[in-house]
Design a binder for this molecule. Structure first.
Ligand SMILES: Cc1cc2nc3c(=O)[nH]c(=O)nc-3n(C[C@H](O)[C@H](O)[C@H](O)COP(=O)(O)OP(=O)(O)OC[C@H]3O[C@@H](n4cnc5c(N)ncnc54)[C@H](O)[C@@H]3O)c2cc1C
Length: 314
């Protein structure tokens, strides 16, 4: 059992990197356990206009690199391992990954969320062959091509705008009459000649041969179905929290989000939840950062109390 860390952070997105800056500066030995790559959803975001301190647009990739080098400057350790289980024994948290087992009195859950799927025929089959959840990653493959973007929130609109850099046309398919995206993004999208908006419409299926060559859509008011020929389908319809590895350890809400108090502490003392996995999170980079910082400061106090009471070695 690896017991060398004061703080174990599960996930390596913005919430985790912010927490690590604070715990490391407080001289707490900290490890981030990340299953894929640092940055999380940030890496899938091309145009970030609403993160304070960057008056011009910054890309998620650049912002991640800055956060990573800041956390590393203060000594965070990063291990690329997937956490498969978390259990608690007498206040000690046991974290099992695909290669190791760790224990610590303080664990910060920052495992974020993955894109929600449409659940229609062809979606899984054509993933990576015209189907995508990440414009930053795949947009450049669609130079002068025709793409469909699905969704009605900020992500769908901003990523749709980004795709016009490459694509010949972007057809924005939204199941409702109105968008819930921010007005400034909508104004930009509506004034972009490459973007066509299709409202009250759902995707029925995605089809093609080797690659996507179209989608079947249905208007939910008229019930009319039609085929939209396209080369790519980008889906931005929300996200699902990565809380599966917790089993029944914590109560989660219907959407699988974890409840915390104002210190980001869950119902289990010394176990914190931050960022997109937290109930009532606004699911933004800035709010994830704030959560991470709050949990880190609270964890520092908790650990100091545990040391003072002799429950943890100084
Ligand atoms: C397309 C898109 C555009 C967006 N645009 C903006 C924007 O313009 N402005 C804004 O403020 N927000 C934006 N967001 C939202 C923002 O990216 C998220 O709110 C933020 O990234 C959440 O941070 P997080 O650290 O909580 O989680 P995440 O960013 O989801 O990171 C979680 C990390 O945990 C890892 N992980 C998961 N499970 C495990 C496990 N079992 N073991 C180890 N590691 C694990 C994941 O691999 C991931 O790296 C956008 C999101 C998307 C998808």
């Amino acid at each position: 059992m690896n017991t060398e860390y004061d703080v174990i952070i599960i996930g390596g997105g913005p919430a985790a990197l912010a927490a690590a800056v604070y715990t490391c500066r407080a001289l707490l030995k900290t490890v981030i356990l990340e299953k894929k790559f640092l940055g999380g959803q940030l890496v899938a975001t091309e145009l970030i206009e609403n993160y304070p301190g960057f008056p011009d647009v910054i890309s998620g990739f650049d912002l991640t690199q800055r956060m990573e080098s800041q956390a590393k400057r203060f000594g965070v350790e990063i291990r690329y391992e997937e956490v498969s289980k978390l259990s608690v024994e007498n206040g000690l948290k046991i974290v099992t990954t695909d290669t190791d087992v760790y224990s610590s009195h303080i664990v910060i859950l920052a495992s974020g969320a993955d894109p929600k799927k449409l659940g229609v025929p062809g979606e899984a089959e054509f993933y990576g062959r015209g189907g995508s959840y990440c414009a930053t990653c795949d947009g450049a493959f669609y130079r002068d091509k025709n793409v469909v973007v699905v969704g009605g929130g900020d992500s769908a609109i901003t990523e749709g705008i980004f795709l016009t850099k490459y694509a010949h046309t972007v057809q924005l398919v939204h199941r409702r009459e109105e968008f819930r995206a921010t007005k400034i993004y909508l104004d930009e999208a509506f004034s972009n000649p490459k973007i066509k908006v299709i409202l009250n419409t759902v995707i029925e299926s995605i089809h093609g041969k080797e690659k996507v060559d179209g989608v079947v859509v249905q208007n939910i008011v008229s019930k009319e179905k039609k085929d939209i020929p396209c080369d790519g389908v980008f889906v931005f319809v929300g996200s699902t929290p990565n809380t599966g590895f917790l089993g029944n350890l914590l109560c989660v809400d219907a959407g699988c989000h974890i409840e915390t108090n104002i210190h980001m502490e869950t119902e289990i003392a010394g176990l914190y939840a931050v960022g997109d996995i937290r109930k009532n999170s606004y699911r933004q980079i800035a709010t994830a950062i704030g959560d991470g910082v709050t949990a880190a400061i609270a964890a520092e106090h908790t650990l100091a109390e545990l040391k003072a009471s002799g429950k943890v070695r100084k």
